[in-house]
Design a protein around this ligand. Structure first.
Ligand code: HEC
Length: 120
């Protein structure tokens, strides 16, 4: 009984006692995967390295041959913060438009820049 109540107190403290429930990095990671819309990871890969989104074929009218095409996303872990922010201001051909706050974009940038360092 005593043990159980001690555990309860501990559990309550670990929920609210810390200054934040999840770390900033965890929050940023969550946002990257679920940014109120399709996750960035779905197109740019788990680490923002860029990837092949889809493979499709088109038919060459003259040779009548099938040509393999790839729809690729650029890597986003090697661009400047300014470029990163700019891309949220314009309309893209493939990438959807997101309605994120500056703080959220800042978090996403932080995530893709820092995820390789000291990964838990
Ligand atoms: C449906 C796939 C898709 C999703 C989802 C997506 N992107 Fe993109 N993104 C692209 C493609 C493709 C481009 C290249 C421009 C274009 O054709 O749309 C791009 C371009 C960018 C660029 C500009 C890169 C450069 O070199 O200038 C940034 C930054 C970016 N995306 C970040 C993000 C972030 C952050 C998210 C999540 C909030 C996200 N993208 C979600 C497909 C996607």
């Amino acid at each position: 009984m005593k043990k159980a109540s001690l555990f309860l107190i501990f559990a309550v403290f670990s929920l609210f006692g810390d200054d934040s429930f999840i770390s900033y990095k965890e929050y940023a990671k969550m946002l990257y995967k679920n940014p109120r819309g399709i996750g960035c990871n779905k197109c740019h890969g788990e680490r923002g390295e860029g990837k092949i989104i889809a493979v499709y074929y088109i038919k060459d009218k003259t040779t009548k041959q099938k040509i393999k095409k790839e729809l690729k996303s650029p890597s986003i872990n090697n661009i400047s913060k300014i470029e990163f922010f700019k891309s949220f201001k314009k309309k893209h051909k493939v990438m959807p438009t997101y309605f994120l706050t500056a703080k959220e974009i800042e978090s996403l940038y932080y995530y893709i820049k820092n995820q390789n360092k000291g990964q838990k």
